[in-house]
Write a protein that binds this ligand. Structure first.
Ligand code: HPA
Length: 278
């Protein structure tokens, strides 16, 4: 059997963080590609590079800094992941979801997850923000579920329910805030693929037929782990590019990073509003 992460390894990382902070975060926030600037708004921040933590993978992607920023946002104690770790970097499912396990062992009850995504819904435009209402676990359907291996009974059940990956109350709150702030908030289903290649036109037509509104290379494993431990989750996708179902344009990482500049202020407003309302 493969080596899976143990509770002791998770707790070692959680303890290493706890020793360096004085607050108890109530929300874990994961920032996606091009959205890392949000962490700079955290006040009274303590920075902990992933490389300081035992058993932690390190993000290798351009645009992903690779540290925890722990402090206050809207007066609420938060733990922000500035730079997430992706499966395509060559880490295991256990490694990429370790930060969520650490949140759980730190007693953090809620998670806000953000990502950059390709807009598959024909109406979506680059720069849009989409509230994730459900997800397609394509990685899991091909055998890459982050819950494979011995179940961590102390955190959750062997066969966790996944009927409500994204918390309905949080969704309502996000809708209300977007309306108040005059932000157009799209809604839909996020499909998680491993990447790192972008999708072919046939991939995209298949995804659309399956009900996908936005596609990306993260989030789904993290949300499964979060729900295993019964965390409440809010998910926001920044639409960085229009997925091209007929192959007439190309998609680049630079374009994804560039779109982040338009998307970050909108996502920041929504996150601040949600935190304020908690
Ligand atoms: N596909 C997959 N992941 C992405 C995309 C995309 O078009 N844009 C940003 N992340």
């Amino acid at each position: 059997m493969q080596n899976y992460i143990t509770l002791a390894q998770i707790d070692a990382a959680a303890q290493a963080i706890k020793q360096r902070i004085l607050i108890q975060p109530i929300v874990g926030i994961i920032l996606g590609s091009g959205l890392n600037d949000l962490a700079d708004s955290v006040q009274n921040a303590v920075h902990i590079p992933y490389s300081d933590l035992p058993n932690f993978p390190v993000s290798t992607v351009q645009g992903h800094v690779g540290r925890f920023v722990i402090g206050e946002l809207e007066g609420k104690p938060v733990l922000v992941m500035q730079g997430r770790i992706h499966y395509y970097e060559g880490y295991t499912m256990d490694q990429i979801t370790l930060p969520v396990r650490v949140m759980q062992r730190m007693g953090i009850p809620s998670m806000i997850v953000t990502n950059a995504a390709g807009g598959v819904h024909p109406d979506f435009q680059p720069g849009d923000v989409m509230l994730i209402t459900d997800q397609l676990n394509l990685m899991g359907m091909s055998g890459l579920n982050p819950l494979m291996g011995p179940n961590l009974d102390e955190i959750g059940p062997r066969f966790p329910d996944m009927s409500q990956p994204y918390d309905r109350t949080y969704c309502d709150l996000a809708r209300k805030i977007a309306k108040e702030k005059g932000i157009t908030l799209r809604e839909g289903v996020y499909a998680g693929l491993s990447g790192p290649s972008f999708e072919s036109p046939a991939d995209l037509r298949f995804l659309r037929l399956a009900g996908t509104d936005a596609v990306g290379m993260s989030t789904v494993p993290e949300v499964i782990i979060a729900r295993h431990g019964n965390m409440r989750v809010l998910g926001l996708s920044g639409i960085s590019n229009k997925a091209n179902l007929d192959g007439s344009t190309i998609t680049t990482h630079e374009e994804v990073m560039e779109a982040g500049k338009v998307i970050t202020p909108k996502i920041e407003k929504i996150i601040r509003g949600v935190l304020h309302g908690l």
